[in-house]
Unconditional design. Structure first.
Length: 222
């Protein structure tokens, strides 16, 4: 028998179940009822890394959550977005208004920032938040993202819906500054949605991008 190309990531399956349930706006009780299991068992699956539901149960759970067993097991975690989608013959390519762009940016998450300095050109991911119509993130002094301070930058976020073969992207242009005023730093610490995923160690430097231009596009399937 050939080895499973999508092995489960121990301890992560329950978190993916809970995350997908939250994305659909479903309670544990609702999901458990549709799957035909006790709510306490669903809680066990979501919270305990030792949970190992059988193939039948996991398949039914994936169907109720409108996803796949592979996705719940983390088999798609290292795949680039768009790999499983197919182009629609009726797709529409549309411009986003500035208001629509900000609505998508305000969801926070992970974006990509250009770093263009003498001897270095890169596009790096950062955990960002929107505070007072500015893009802010925290990084380590001397790191790649820290090099953008005092320069004109491009910042981009996007989303791909593989099931519907549609998605969107938002592009921001502006100037990056280091935030050093203690009161401003304290204010940002209270306003941001999330800290850096790699952890807080040495990531004490705040960077703010003052937005000078914003544009976006989306692919829609009627």
């Amino acid at each position: 028998m050939a080895p499973n190309p999508y092995p489960a990531a121990p301890g992560d399956m329950g978190r993916r179940v809970a995350k997908r349930r939250d994305e659909l706006g479903l309670t544990r009780e609702e999901v458990a009822s549709r799957v035909g299991m006790a709510t306490s068992y669903l809680r066990f699956i979501e919270e305990q890394s030792t949970a190992a539901p059988g193939p039948g149960t996991l398949g039914t759970l994936a169907a109720v959550l409108d996803t796949t067993v592979v996705a719940l097991n983390g088999g798609e975690a290292d795949l680039p977005p768009g790999r499983l989608g197919r182009a629609s013959p009726h797709a529409q390519f549309l411009e986003l208004t500035p208001q629509e762009c900000w609505a998508r940016l305000n969801r926070h998450g992970v974006g990509r920032i250009t770093v263009t300095t003498p001897g270095r050109e890169a596009i790096l991911p950062v955990n960002y938040s929107v505070v007072d119509r500015s893009i802010v993130f925290r990084t380590a002094p001397g790191s790649g993202p820290a090099e953008v301070t005092g320069t004109e930058v491009v910042f981009e976020v996007d989303h791909v819906d593989e099931a519907l073969s549609q998605g969107w992207s938002v592009l921001v242009r502006g100037r990056a500054h280091r935030v050093e005023d203690p009161e401003a730093v304290q204010y940002l610490g209270k306003q941001v949605y999330s800290g850096p995923w790699p952890g807080d160690d040495d990531r004490s430097m705040w960077v703010r991008i003052d937005v000078e231009g914003i544009s976006g596009r989306r692919i829609d399937v009627p």
